[in-house]
Design a protein around this ligand. Structure first.
Ligand SMILES: C[S@@+](CC[C@H](N)C(=O)[O-])C[C@H]1O[C@@H](n2cnc3c(N)ncnc32)[C@H](O)[C@@H]1O
Length: 249
Protein backbone atom coordinates (compact mmCIF):
# COMPACT_ATOMS: atom_id res chain seq x y z
CA UNK A 1 0.00 0.00 0.00
CA UNK A 2 2.75 2.44 1.04
CA UNK A 3 4.79 1.55 -2.04
CA UNK A 4 1.75 2.01 -4.23
CA UNK A 5 1.03 5.47 -2.75
CA UNK A 6 4.66 6.53 -3.15
CA UNK A 7 4.70 5.36 -6.75
CA UNK A 8 1.53 7.31 -7.40
CA UNK A 9 2.98 10.40 -5.73
CA UNK A 10 6.24 10.22 -7.69
CA UNK A 11 4.34 9.54 -10.92
CA UNK A 12 2.05 12.50 -10.22
CA UNK A 13 4.97 14.82 -9.50
CA UNK A 14 6.85 13.72 -12.63
CA UNK A 15 3.71 14.31 -14.72
CA UNK A 16 3.29 17.82 -13.26
CA UNK A 17 6.95 18.69 -13.92
CA UNK A 18 6.68 17.52 -17.54
CA UNK A 19 3.42 19.43 -17.94
CA UNK A 20 4.95 22.63 -16.54
CA UNK A 21 8.05 22.21 -18.65
CA UNK A 22 6.01 21.81 -21.83
CA UNK A 23 3.83 24.75 -20.94
CA UNK A 24 6.87 26.94 -20.21
CA UNK A 25 8.56 25.89 -23.44
CA UNK A 26 5.43 26.50 -25.43
CA UNK A 27 4.74 29.85 -23.83
CA UNK A 28 8.41 30.79 -24.07
CA UNK A 29 8.34 30.04 -27.77
CA UNK A 30 5.06 31.81 -28.28
CA UNK A 31 5.25 34.90 -26.19
CA UNK A 32 8.81 36.20 -26.07
CA UNK A 33 8.83 39.63 -27.66
CA UNK A 34 10.91 38.79 -30.70
CA UNK A 35 11.65 42.17 -32.14
CA UNK A 36 15.29 41.29 -32.62
CA UNK A 37 14.41 38.06 -34.42
CA UNK A 38 14.74 38.51 -38.17
CA UNK A 39 12.03 35.95 -39.06
CA UNK A 40 9.57 37.48 -36.59
CA UNK A 41 10.21 40.96 -37.99
CA UNK A 42 9.87 39.71 -41.58
CA UNK A 43 6.43 38.26 -40.77
CA UNK A 44 5.47 41.43 -38.90
CA UNK A 45 6.45 43.52 -41.91
CA UNK A 46 4.30 41.43 -44.25
CA UNK A 47 1.39 41.74 -41.82
CA UNK A 48 1.89 45.49 -41.61
CA UNK A 49 1.83 45.83 -45.39
CA UNK A 50 -1.40 43.83 -45.64
CA UNK A 51 -4.91 45.21 -45.53
CA UNK A 52 -5.21 43.85 -41.98
CA UNK A 53 -3.51 46.95 -40.77
CA UNK A 54 -5.71 49.55 -42.44
CA UNK A 55 -6.69 50.67 -38.95
CA UNK A 56 -3.10 51.54 -38.02
CA UNK A 57 -2.35 53.32 -41.31
CA UNK A 58 -5.61 55.11 -41.98
CA UNK A 59 -7.05 55.72 -38.55
CA UNK A 60 -4.54 55.50 -35.73
CA UNK A 61 -1.48 56.98 -37.43
CA UNK A 62 -3.35 60.16 -38.51
CA UNK A 63 -4.63 60.46 -34.93
CA UNK A 64 -1.06 60.33 -33.59
CA UNK A 65 0.11 62.85 -36.20
CA UNK A 66 -2.70 65.26 -35.24
CA UNK A 67 -1.30 65.30 -31.70
CA UNK A 68 2.09 66.68 -32.83
CA UNK A 69 2.12 70.46 -32.43
CA UNK A 70 2.91 72.39 -35.65
CA UNK A 71 6.45 73.74 -35.98
CA UNK A 72 7.79 71.37 -33.36
CA UNK A 73 11.55 71.74 -33.22
CA UNK A 74 12.87 68.26 -33.84
CA UNK A 75 10.90 65.01 -33.61
CA UNK A 76 12.03 61.58 -32.47
CA UNK A 77 10.02 58.53 -33.55
CA UNK A 78 11.09 56.26 -30.67
CA UNK A 79 10.48 52.53 -31.30
CA UNK A 80 9.98 53.44 -34.95
CA UNK A 81 9.53 49.84 -36.17
CA UNK A 82 9.69 49.85 -39.96
CA UNK A 83 9.64 53.65 -39.97
CA UNK A 84 6.32 54.23 -41.71
CA UNK A 85 5.30 56.93 -39.23
CA UNK A 86 8.66 58.68 -39.70
CA UNK A 87 8.07 58.54 -43.45
CA UNK A 88 4.62 60.10 -43.10
CA UNK A 89 5.89 62.91 -40.84
CA UNK A 90 8.70 63.63 -43.28
CA UNK A 91 6.05 64.52 -45.87
CA UNK A 92 4.43 67.21 -43.69
CA UNK A 93 6.39 70.48 -44.01
CA UNK A 94 5.11 72.12 -40.80
CA UNK A 95 6.21 69.08 -38.81
CA UNK A 96 9.49 68.00 -40.38
CA UNK A 97 11.18 71.40 -40.57
CA UNK A 98 13.20 70.79 -37.38
CA UNK A 99 14.31 67.32 -38.52
CA UNK A 100 12.94 63.85 -37.76
CA UNK A 101 15.05 61.08 -36.19
CA UNK A 102 14.11 57.47 -35.50
CA UNK A 103 15.28 54.87 -33.07
CA UNK A 104 14.34 51.27 -32.31
CA UNK A 105 15.78 48.72 -29.91
CA UNK A 106 15.82 46.13 -32.72
CA UNK A 107 18.72 46.33 -35.17
CA UNK A 108 16.53 44.50 -37.73
CA UNK A 109 13.86 47.19 -37.43
CA UNK A 110 16.48 49.94 -37.59
CA UNK A 111 17.76 48.41 -40.84
CA UNK A 112 14.26 48.36 -42.37
CA UNK A 113 13.50 51.92 -41.20
CA UNK A 114 16.80 53.08 -42.70
CA UNK A 115 16.00 51.43 -46.03
CA UNK A 116 12.60 53.18 -45.90
CA UNK A 117 14.38 56.53 -45.79
CA UNK A 118 14.33 57.28 -42.04
CA UNK A 119 17.20 59.07 -40.36
CA UNK A 120 17.94 56.26 -37.92
CA UNK A 121 20.03 56.68 -34.79
CA UNK A 122 22.02 53.48 -34.55
CA UNK A 123 23.60 53.85 -31.14
CA UNK A 124 21.59 54.46 -27.96
CA UNK A 125 24.43 56.61 -26.54
CA UNK A 126 24.14 58.93 -29.54
CA UNK A 127 20.42 59.21 -28.88
CA UNK A 128 20.92 60.88 -25.53
CA UNK A 129 23.06 63.69 -26.93
CA UNK A 130 20.19 65.64 -28.46
CA UNK A 131 16.95 67.28 -27.25
CA UNK A 132 13.67 67.17 -29.14
CA UNK A 133 10.48 69.22 -29.36
CA UNK A 134 8.48 65.96 -29.49
CA UNK A 135 9.10 62.29 -28.93
CA UNK A 136 6.55 59.79 -30.24
CA UNK A 137 5.98 56.49 -28.46
CA UNK A 138 3.61 54.71 -30.78
CA UNK A 139 2.67 51.22 -29.60
CA UNK A 140 5.71 50.49 -27.49
CA UNK A 141 4.84 51.25 -23.84
CA UNK A 142 2.86 47.99 -23.67
CA UNK A 143 6.12 46.06 -24.20
CA UNK A 144 8.12 47.84 -21.50
CA UNK A 145 8.15 46.43 -17.97
CA UNK A 146 9.73 49.28 -16.07
CA UNK A 147 8.13 52.34 -17.61
CA UNK A 148 9.34 54.55 -14.75
CA UNK A 149 13.00 54.03 -15.71
CA UNK A 150 12.36 54.09 -19.47
CA UNK A 151 10.23 57.23 -19.30
CA UNK A 152 12.85 58.92 -17.11
CA UNK A 153 15.35 58.41 -19.94
CA UNK A 154 12.96 59.33 -22.72
CA UNK A 155 11.52 62.42 -21.05
CA UNK A 156 15.11 63.59 -20.53
CA UNK A 157 15.20 64.08 -24.31
CA UNK A 158 12.46 66.72 -24.29
CA UNK A 159 13.06 70.47 -24.58
CA UNK A 160 11.15 72.73 -22.16
CA UNK A 161 7.62 73.12 -23.53
CA UNK A 162 8.08 69.99 -25.67
CA UNK A 163 5.82 66.95 -25.78
CA UNK A 164 5.70 63.17 -25.63
CA UNK A 165 2.93 61.60 -27.70
CA UNK A 166 1.84 58.11 -26.78
CA UNK A 167 -0.35 55.54 -28.48
CA UNK A 168 -1.31 52.46 -26.45
CA UNK A 169 -3.86 49.65 -26.72
CA UNK A 170 -6.88 51.06 -24.91
CA UNK A 171 -6.74 49.58 -21.38
CA UNK A 172 -10.56 49.63 -21.11
CA UNK A 173 -10.57 47.33 -24.09
CA UNK A 174 -7.84 44.94 -22.92
CA UNK A 175 -9.53 44.67 -19.51
CA UNK A 176 -12.79 43.74 -21.21
CA UNK A 177 -11.41 41.43 -23.90
CA UNK A 178 -9.04 39.54 -21.59
CA UNK A 179 -11.44 39.68 -18.68
CA UNK A 180 -8.90 41.21 -16.28
CA UNK A 181 -9.08 44.02 -13.71
CA UNK A 182 -8.69 47.55 -15.08
CA UNK A 183 -6.89 48.98 -12.05
CA UNK A 184 -3.95 46.63 -11.92
CA UNK A 185 -1.08 45.79 -14.27
CA UNK A 186 -0.98 42.31 -15.74
CA UNK A 187 0.39 40.50 -18.74
CA UNK A 188 -1.51 39.05 -21.64
CA UNK A 189 -0.64 37.23 -24.81
CA UNK A 190 -1.76 39.02 -27.89
CA UNK A 191 -1.86 37.73 -31.44
CA UNK A 192 -0.58 40.45 -33.74
CA UNK A 193 -2.73 40.38 -36.87
CA UNK A 194 -3.64 36.94 -38.22
CA UNK A 195 -0.13 35.78 -39.02
CA UNK A 196 0.61 33.54 -36.05
CA UNK A 197 2.72 36.21 -34.33
CA UNK A 198 2.34 36.36 -30.57
CA UNK A 199 3.66 38.96 -28.16
CA UNK A 200 3.48 39.35 -24.43
CA UNK A 201 1.97 42.71 -23.59
CA UNK A 202 1.30 44.54 -20.38
CA UNK A 203 -2.10 45.88 -19.47
CA UNK A 204 -1.59 49.05 -17.48
CA UNK A 205 -4.25 51.47 -16.23
CA UNK A 206 -3.96 54.76 -18.09
CA UNK A 207 -3.88 56.53 -14.73
CA UNK A 208 -0.50 54.87 -13.98
CA UNK A 209 0.97 56.24 -17.19
CA UNK A 210 -0.52 59.66 -16.52
CA UNK A 211 0.88 59.75 -12.96
CA UNK A 212 4.29 58.70 -14.23
CA UNK A 213 4.43 61.66 -16.62
CA UNK A 214 3.03 64.04 -13.98
CA UNK A 215 5.81 62.99 -11.59
CA UNK A 216 8.33 64.03 -14.25
CA UNK A 217 6.88 67.55 -14.67
CA UNK A 218 4.50 66.84 -17.60
CA UNK A 219 0.82 67.70 -17.88
CA UNK A 220 -1.65 66.00 -20.20
CA UNK A 221 -2.42 68.44 -23.02
CA UNK A 222 -4.59 66.21 -25.25
CA UNK A 223 -6.26 62.82 -25.29
CA UNK A 224 -7.96 60.81 -28.05
CA UNK A 225 -9.81 57.52 -27.95
CA UNK A 226 -9.57 55.93 -31.37
CA UNK A 227 -12.27 53.51 -32.42
CA UNK A 228 -11.90 50.82 -35.04
CA UNK A 229 -15.11 51.73 -36.81
CA UNK A 230 -14.24 49.63 -39.85
CA UNK A 231 -14.62 46.50 -37.71
CA UNK A 232 -17.55 47.82 -35.77
CA UNK A 233 -15.66 47.74 -32.47
CA UNK A 234 -17.65 49.36 -29.69
CA UNK A 235 -14.65 49.96 -27.48
CA UNK A 236 -11.83 52.20 -28.73
CA UNK A 237 -8.85 50.22 -29.90
CA UNK A 238 -6.24 52.83 -28.99
CA UNK A 239 -5.80 55.46 -26.36
CA UNK A 240 -3.55 58.26 -27.58
CA UNK A 241 -2.38 61.20 -25.52
CA UNK A 242 0.01 64.12 -25.52
CA UNK A 243 1.99 65.01 -22.39
CA UNK A 244 3.72 68.38 -22.39
CA UNK A 245 6.68 69.46 -20.30
CA UNK A 246 6.22 72.76 -18.51
CA UNK A 247 8.25 75.69 -19.92
CA UNK A 248 10.06 76.20 -16.61
CA UNK A 249 11.86 72.83 -16.69
C1 LIG B 1 4.32 47.11 -32.28
S1 LIG B 1 5.84 47.73 -32.87
C2 LIG B 1 5.43 49.42 -33.14
C3 LIG B 1 6.29 50.05 -34.19
C4 LIG B 1 5.86 51.45 -34.62
N1 LIG B 1 6.03 52.41 -33.55
C5 LIG B 1 4.43 51.41 -35.09
O1 LIG B 1 3.56 52.01 -34.44
O2 LIG B 1 4.17 50.74 -36.07
C6 LIG B 1 6.84 47.83 -31.41
C7 LIG B 1 8.26 48.31 -31.68
O3 LIG B 1 8.85 48.67 -30.43
C8 LIG B 1 10.21 48.26 -30.45
N2 LIG B 1 10.63 48.17 -29.05
C9 LIG B 1 10.23 47.27 -28.12
N3 LIG B 1 10.76 47.57 -26.92
C10 LIG B 1 11.52 48.69 -27.09
C11 LIG B 1 12.32 49.48 -26.23
N4 LIG B 1 12.44 49.20 -24.94
N5 LIG B 1 12.98 50.56 -26.74
C12 LIG B 1 12.87 50.85 -28.05
N6 LIG B 1 12.12 50.14 -28.94
C13 LIG B 1 11.45 49.07 -28.45
C14 LIG B 1 10.20 46.97 -31.22
O4 LIG B 1 11.46 46.62 -31.72
C15 LIG B 1 9.18 47.27 -32.31
O5 LIG B 1 9.77 47.80 -33.45
Amino acid sequence: MVVHDRTRLIGGLAFTVVLCYNRETMLGRLVEPQWIDKKFVEKYTIMEASSEDVFEFKVNMPSVIRLIPDNTEGILDYACGTGYLTEAINKIPQLCRGGVDSYDISPVMRGIAHSNGANVIEDERQLFQKKYGAVILKLVLQFIDDIDTSLAKITGLIKPGGSVIISIPNPDRTAQIYNGPYNKSWRYINEVGDFGLYCTMIHRPFEDIHDNFAKKGFYMSAIQKVTDEARGDILPKRLNARFTLSEQK
